[in-house]
Write a protein that binds this ligand. Structure first.
Ligand code: ZN
Length: 86
């Protein structure tokens, strides 16, 4: 999944990290992959925002799957973020 990653050009390889974001959020990533991603998130606001947004979406999906009430504020906040990042 995570192909060759060049540390020096890390910033230009954000698409590599986006795969990793999904894996970490799905609990599929290994410990070292998670650490690797977190290190990038500390340096890269773009990926951090992506991570946070995906995390909130997953939370929302889980609430829906559990047929729980989705707080209105949360749904709106996510919609706004998606609109902004689109
Ligand atoms: Zn990045």
């Amino acid at each position: 999944m995570v192909r060759e990653i060049k540390f020096r050009t890390g910033m230009a390889k954000c698409t590599e990290y986006l795969d990793l974001v999904q894996m970490v959020l799905d609990g599929q990533a290994s410990r070292s992959q998670e650490v690797y991603l977190k290190r990038h998130l500390n340096m890269c606001l773009k990926c951090l925002e992506h991570y946070n947004l995906d995390q909130e979406i997953k939370k929302l999906v889980q609430l829906k799957l559990a047929s729980k009430e989705v707080p209105e504020g949360l749904a709106d906040a996510i919609k706004t973020k998606i609109a902004k990042s689109a």
